[in-house]
Ligand binder design. Structure first.
Ligand code: SF4
Length: 583
């Protein structure tokens, strides 16, 4: 369907996404649309059999204009976790062939991301321009010797050539988010007094040499992307002028596409969480786009295809990168081409099965699409013997089970005791930044409609007798909050989180929240920020967090820091367990 859609000249005009669906021909390669699947570490990169699983994962996402893989290091010291996620030898290139082969067979394009972690590596042998510890890593890095810097540059060039040998269409050199290349670029981490430190020209030398030597190794007809940091959001980061100067220099050195990233991993300002409004950082990408002639990719919290289309139409960028949305739905680009926005499974930016899994050393998946990363195991095939299935509960679990069962050909009836679908997701959607949870419910309701499942709202199910007759029952009746035995818990001024989030209870000025996990914090946010604009308005977000949208300040941070708005409640949070709040 993807190939057919792009074969016809009028397809893009018909769908209302003419900019997203406009191909880009670079002469040696044609990218069929302007949607890039941004790099994500899947936790499979260095695992036995991981490349085969990644091949299946990427192949299902081949309708993107370009896929960028998760991080692979050009040498052992540059790995993120001291694992085998490396592109350094002939054997590595041969092992990788399965990935580009699978993507090409599915009609896609794919670039390998090359990252040297520098002081962000979570292993003992980490290196950096200067021996300065990262606030998010207990290990102090060793400062690189000059000959080691030269060797790393050569390793990047070799890895680029090996990527070509493996069959990739290009590489993305990772120069943002605070990894080694960024560590060279900024005074924050580069205190060197040799030709690799000091003035900008010296600090840029590492990035520029990598690009030049990589280009020299592979020639002109291999895609070279460089991911630059459009906004560092840390003290002693780059100014806007320095970012533009780097972009112009890289263009001169042979980069085909400038991809962008926002914020170092150690930045205190949220860059991808639910608190960030749509396209909040696009202003910084436009600044670069206006200064160079090569295509520029915008990223970070552009999770909606309408927003992507608008950014392209208004000249903020030439491509839009989405990462997590491609976990939630691998077929975004194909669905855009079909004009099927209602069929796109929205990422709810919860980070629970993607980032939390990765940092917890589990492989990455997705809360709203458990197949992500498990394409070789979870194959949803038509049921050999269709059954009558009753699903009790219309929250996210019940909705997912009912949709999959109905799509496999079972006759499904879903029973929900409330008069609307969604369960806990409806409560969650009242939390600032979580309105997208309602979109998730709407998406699953649409899937049920298309699969012709029957939905019974207001249905109280006390036992099998309340069901219409079925061969199997899926119990997805949800959770009830515990009521701890605390003296006074039955008093009229004690209410549950559901009462607050649903609006059944109004609370006064002074509030005590018992429980400091995710829901405790959600309730606090709901009370403090529910009337604020910072989750929807990029300007209000910038003011709240102290982001300078001009070009002059260092790291994009306002000297006066974040705003301190008056809050409608004073809140005290208490927890009964030991350990950190929010742990
Ligand atoms: Fe998005 Fe949550 Fe899925 Fe991660 S787990 S991709 S944040 S919906």
């Amino acid at each position: 369907a993807f190939g057919v859609a792009f074969g016809g000249g009028n397809a893009s005009a018909m769908t209302g996404y003419p900019n997203l669906l406009r191909p880009l021909d670079l002469g040696f390669i044609r990218l069929p649309n302007r949607l890039v699947m941004g790099s994500m570490h899947m936790g499979l990169e260095g695992e036995p059999g991981g490349l085969e699983r990644l091949a299946a994962f990427y192949a299902e996402r081949a309708s993107a204009g370009l896929i960028v893989t998760g991080a692979f290091a050009p040498n052992a010291l540059g790995t993120l976790k001291g694992d085998k996620a490396i592109m350094a030898t002939r054997e590595d290139a041969v092992a990788h062939r399965v990935i580009p082969q699978a993507v090409h067979a599915a009609g896609g394009r794919i670039a390998l991301q090359l990252v040297h972690s520098g002081r962000y590596g979570f292993h003992k042998e980490i290196v950096a321009p200067s021996a300065i510890r990262a606030p998010i890593n207990p290990v102090v890095p060793r400062a690189l010797e000059t000959h080691e810097i030269e060797a790393i540059i050569d390793d990047f060039a070799t890895a680029t050539a090996l990527a070509r040998e493996a069959g990739y269409d290009g590489v993305e050199i990772m120069g943002s988010e605070g990894y080694l290349i960024t560590q060279f670029l900024c005074r924050r981490t580069n205190k060197r007094e040799d030709e690799w430190g000091g003035p900008l020209e010296n600090r840029m030398r590492f990035a520029r040499e990598i690009v030049r030597r990589a280009r020299a190794k592979v020639g002109r007809d291999f895609l070279l992307l460089f991911r630059f940091s459009a906004l560092d959001l840390v003290e002693e980061g780059s100014t806007g002028e320095e970012v533009v100067a780097l972009a112009k220099a890289l263009q001169q050195d042979g980069v085909d596409i400038l991809s962008s990233g926002i914020g170092w991993h150690e930045a205190r300002i949220p860059t991808i969480s639910q608190a960030v409004p749509t396209a909040a950082f696009a202003f910084a990408v436009r600044r670069v786009r206006q200064a160079v002639k090569i295509p520029v990719v915008a990223s970070n919290r552009i999770h909606d295809v309408d927003a992507a289309e608008r950014l392209l139409a208004e000249g903020f960028c030439d491509f839009v990168a989405m990462a997590r949305p491609f976990l939630a739905d691998g077929e975004i680009a194909a669905k855009v081409a079909r004009g099927d926005k209602a069929g796109i499974n929205p990422c709810i930016a919860c980070n629970q099965a993607c980032l939390d899994h990765y940092f917890g050393s589990e492989s990455t998946s997705c809360v709203v699409n458990p197949r992500a990363g498990r394409e070789t195991e979870l194959r949803l095939s038509p049921a050999p013997t269709p059954k009558r299935i009753a699903v009790v509960g219309g929250g996210p679990g019940g909705l997912m089970a009912a949709a999959v069962a109905a799509e496999r050909g079972h006759k499904v009836t879903l029973y929900e005791s409330a008069y609307r679908l969604g369960g806990q997701f409806n409560l969650a959607s009242a939390v600032p930044g979580k309105a997208v949870f309602a979109d998730s419910v709407a998406y699953f309701a649409e899937r049920l409609r298309r699969a012709e499942a029957t939905i019974r709202l207001g249905a109280q199910v006390h036992g099998p007798g309340d069901l219409d007759g079925c061969d199997a029952i899926v119990l997805a009746a949800g959770v009830h909050p515990r009521k701890p035995a605390i003296p006074g818990i039955d008093r009229s001024n004690v209410v549950g989180y559901g009462d607050v989030l649903s609006g059944r209870a109004e609370v006064g000025e002074h509030v005590v929240i018992l429980g400091a996990g995710g829901i405790g914090f959600d309730v606090a946010l709901h009370l403090v920020e529910r009337d604020a604009d910072a989750q929807t308005d990029p300007q209000a977000f910038a003011e709240l967090w102290g982001i300078d949208t001009g070009a002059a300040t260092i790291g994009g941070l306002r000297p006066e820091g974040p705003a301190k708005p008056a809050a409608p409640h004073t809140i005290t949070m208490l927890k009964r367990s030991p350990g950190r709040f929010g742990a």
